[in-house]
Design a protein around this ligand. Structure first.
Ligand SMILES: Cc1cc2nc3c(=O)[nH]c(=O)nc-3n(C[C@H](O)[C@H](O)[C@H](O)COP(=O)(O)O)c2cc1C
Length: 169
């Protein structure tokens, strides 16, 4: 049984991205895993200020960022999680600003070594037709910098999302 955190960067709670997350979650839960989703759009998450506060805090701090907002609950959940799913529609050929803002805020726990090392990651995307080659390039860079391992990506494909979820043991 693995603990899975989904960061949903969509604007709509019940749109195409939600359908991809549901397919993924159905697969993952059927395989015996636990899934917790954060719908970022309704959360209070500010952008990283690059203030360096996280690098000055004691290593392994429970709250590694100086900002006190809803990112703290996400960081706490990710600390306990095995798998992190990044889910987003394409907005102007990119992931949404909503998801990117939360990802930027992972800088603090990563710099502060307070989030755990061996995570697996998944990318779930939807679009109106654009391809996502450059988003996949970004995702590869992100994966390699984090030293977290991607276990799958799916784009506008509910069955592929479900299979990724089902593959998690
Ligand atoms: C602000 C905005 C920008 C968008 N930009 C793109 C785009 O560049 N390429 C594309 O294929 N679809 C684009 N779309 C369409 C969405 O990616 C697509 O409808 C997606 O499935 C919406 O996901 P949702 O139903 O979870 O909100 C855009 C939609 C919005 C609202």
């Amino acid at each position: 049984m693995k603990k899975i955190i989904v960061l949903n960067g969509a604007g709509k709670k019940n749109g195409n991205t939600a359908a991809m997350i549901k397919a993924f979650s159905d697969g993952a839960v059927n395989a015996g895993n636990e899934v917790k989703e954060f719908f970022l759009q309704t959360m209070n998450i500010h952008g990283c200020m690059d203030c360096g506060g996280c690098r000055r805090k004691e290593k392994g701090s429970i709250e590694p960022c100086v900002q006190k907002d809803d990112m703290n609950q996400i960081v706490a959940a990710i600390r306990e999680a095995d798998v992190i799913v990044f889910a987003s529609p394409v907005y102007f050929w990119d992931i949404t600003g909503t998801l990117k803002t939360a990802i930027d805020r992972l800088y603090a726990p990563l710099m502060n070594s307070s989030i755990g090392d061996a995570k697996e990651i998944v990318l779930l995307m939807t679009s109106g037709g654009s391809t996502i080659d450059h988003i996949l390039d970004w995702y590869k860079n992100f994966e390699s910098w984090l030293k977290w391992e991607s276990i799958g990506t799916a784009m506008n494909d509910l069955e592929a999302a479900k299979q990724i979820g089902a593959s998690i043991q």
